[in-house]
Structures are given as C-alpha cells and as structure tokens.
Design a protein around this ligand. Structure first.
Ligand code: CIR
Length: 254
C-alpha cells in the first residue's frame, strides 16, 4: 500500500517542454487545473500528497516520476536522459531524506528516466530507451540486485518510456499497448490490451486498489472493468499528453 505521493506543480514554461506529440502547446491554466484535480484524486486514494513548487528553469519538471525511483526500502535518484531535464534532480535528495535512510544516485555516463522502470512484485522491468542507456540500466540493476529484486531489461523501439506502453495493475495483470503486446516479458502475466487509437491509456496507475486512468479512453476503461477491477477513476491529463506525458509521470507514489 502507498501512503505518500510527491508531485511538482506545472510551471509557466511548460509550453517549452519536450514533445513529439504534435497536439499543440499545453495551456498553462488548464494544466494547473488538471494537476490540482490529479492531486485530489491521489488524496482520495488515501495518499498524503507533498507538492513541490514549480520550477520555471525546467519546463518538463512536472513529470516528476522520471527523476526518482522510490521503493519501500530505498530511493534511487536518476540521471535523466534528456540534457534539458538533468537538473530536475537538484534538491530532490533533501526532500527524500525525510522519508529514506538509503538514497543511491545514478552516475555518469549512465542515464536513466524512471518512466522506464516498472515494479511488479519482486521484479523490476527496465526499458532501454532513448532516455535510459545500458550503463544507467546496469547501475540500477546492481542496486536492485543488492536489495534482492530480480531485473529484466526490455529493449524499446518507438516508445518514449517503458511505462508509456505498459502498466502493472497488480494481480499479475499488465495493461499493454500495441507496441509491446507480443513482448516476451509478458508471458507470466494476464494482459489487457489497449487498442491503437487509445494507446495513450496504456499508461495508468494502481493506487491502493484504485486504478486511475486518463479521461477519454472508454474502450480501455471498459476492458479494465471487464477484467474484474471495480474501482476505476478517470482524470483529465490532456495538457500533459501534449508533451508526451502520461498519467504516471505526474507523481511518485511510495
Ligand atoms: C519528456 O519528453 O521528457 C517529457 N516531455 C515527458 C516525460 C514523460 N514522462 C514519462 O513518460 N515518464
């Protein structure tokens, strides 16, 4: 069970964030409203939410999931793959000391975005992407092995991050988008497939028995319901989607 979440408020410079989505510029005011409603949803799942101030220097800093991996026992501060995002980790250690005794940092030349890291029970899947290089993944594997976790590397072709294309919904179940639906690493799991036209919805989160999925993806919502999940809530993330940001990227849950 999670008890806390860490989020960072969107900054005005969010309009300068990295994107390949071709959906236009995000609207800052709308992003603020959507972010507040996302935070409210997390609180309704029983989490205490800690909100970091907006950081104008880093347009993508609202996507806080990428800068740290938080597990029950230890925290890893990443080294983001996009040079414009690297400084987003500044100050995060000081915040995490309040919760963790054990904090490890990914070192150069390793790069790792935690959007590429998916925990499923005692296994961690690590995507090798345009952001996470082999060195970064190996450093993380070494840390995870030390703590007794198994690791599996997944080569990605077109996805920004591993969790852009797959989400673990507990109960040995993976929600998976078109790019990864036939991937070998899914063989031990029940899968719920997301259709191509709803592929953005492959990124969602399980929070203390509730599944939070983005608003506007009815077929995926229905499939999750049909798979037996009875508490599903939606939240609008349209402004973050314009920057390739999924629902999970907006928080660190721990
Ligand atoms: C980026 O390209 O880094 C941001 N515009 C979006 C990051 C989304 N994060 C994630 O999927 N974990």
């Amino acid at each position: 069970m999670f008890t806390h979440a860490l989020v960072r408020k969107p900054c005005k410079n969010i309009v300068e964030g990295i994107t390949s989505a071709k959906l236009g510029e995000p609207d800052y005011q709308k992003a603020l409203v959507q972010h507040a409603s996302y935070v409210q949803t997390l609180m309704e799942c029983g989490l205490e939410v800690m909100q970091l101030e907006a950081s104008e220097e880093y347009p993508d800093s609202v996507f806080i999931e990428d800068i740290a991996l938080l597990t029950p026992e230890f925290a890893v501060i990443t080294r983001p793959g996009a040079p414009s995002r690297r400084g987003e980790t500044e100050g995060i250690k000081e915040v995490l000391w309040e919760f963790y005794d054990e904090i490890v940092e990914i070192q150069p030349p390793g790069t790792l975005d935690a959007g590429d890291v998916m925990m499923a029970g005692n296994r961690f899947f690590i995507g090798l992407s345009g952001r996470t290089n082999e060195e970064g993944a190996r450093q993380l594997e070494a840390i995870l092995h030390k703590f007794g976790f198994a690791t599996i590397l997944v080569e990605l072709e077109n996805l920004l991050h591993l969790k852009t294309g797959v989400s673990y919904l507990e109960h040995d179940t993976m929600l998976v988008g078109p790019e990864l639906k036939d991937a070998d690493f899914l063989e031990d799991y029940r899968t719920i497939e997301v259709a191509l036209e709803e592929s953005y919805a492959a990124n969602c989160i399980w929070v203390n028995t509730t599944i939070i999925i983005p608003k506007g993806y009815p077929t995926t919502l229905k499939k999750i319901e049909d798979a037996g999940y009875d508490r599903i809530v939606t939240t609008d993330t349209s402004e973050f989607r314009k920057l390739d940001g999924g629902l999970s990227c907006l928080s660190l849950r721990f």
